[in-house]
Design a protein around this ligand. Structure first.
Ligand SMILES: [Zn+2]
Length: 194
């Protein structure tokens, strides 16, 4: 099983930055993706980024790269959420995870494990209901990939408190560890269900 990590956007993707310019989504998600890949590899798990460079890679090309690995893989796309355009600070905050509208059972299992790992760290998990830990949406990268896939919105890049947390070492470790724990627990659950 190969763990594929997609770090959202490219350097030239418009917007995608905190109102004070300190958090740039492309750079932040790359840093988290690198930490996550290193953490997974340290546990002997086969992990890699599908967008190693800094430029924006079109969604269809990212999907093509993922699907080239076949079904024995999972995809985690890493983002930071935004309520507005990035021009001003907004009130929405918290962490959330999404699957595509056509999500498989395994995509849903992966999303649940990630949300549980976030709850274990006592962070605010945004969810549709107390019982349902993940959202469904028509995200292209989730819908068009053949393997289990989730998209994670790691807090809000236009919420002042969230940005302070995201940029702190504590916040970076928290975000990385949510992903690391969620993925490793999914792999354990998957092996039990084989
Ligand atoms: Zn994004």
């Amino acid at each position: 099983m190969r763990i594929l990590i997609d770090n959202g956007h490219g350097k030239e993707t418009p917007g995608k930055c905190s109102p004070d310019g300190r958090l740039k989504e492309y750079a932040y998600t790359r840093e988290i993706a690198d930490r996550l890949v290193t953490g997974l590899q340290n546990e002997g798990i086969d992990a890699q980024r599908i967008v190693p460079g800094e430029n924006d890679v079109a969604l269809f090309e990212r999907v093509r790269r993922v699907n080239a690995f076949g079904k024995d893989a999972i995809l985690v796309s890493i983002h930071c959420n935004a309520m507005g355009s990035g021009a001003e600070w907004m009130p929405a905050n918290g962490w959330s995870v999404f699957v595509g509208n056509n999500a498989s059972m395994n995509s849903r299992r992966l999303a649940r494990q990630l949300a549980q790992a976030a709850l274990n760290r006592k962070v605010k998990v945004r969810r549709p209901s107390p019982q349902k830990l993940y959202w469904t949406a028509n995200f292209y990268i989730c819908q068009k990939t053949n393997c289990p896939a989730v998209l994670v919105e790691n807090f809000f890049q236009d919420n002042k408190e969230d940005v302070e947390f995201l940029l702190s070492e504590e916040g970076k470790q928290c975000v990385t560890n949510i992903l690391l724990e969620g993925i490793t627990n999914y792999l354990k659950e998957y092996q039990r269900n084989m």
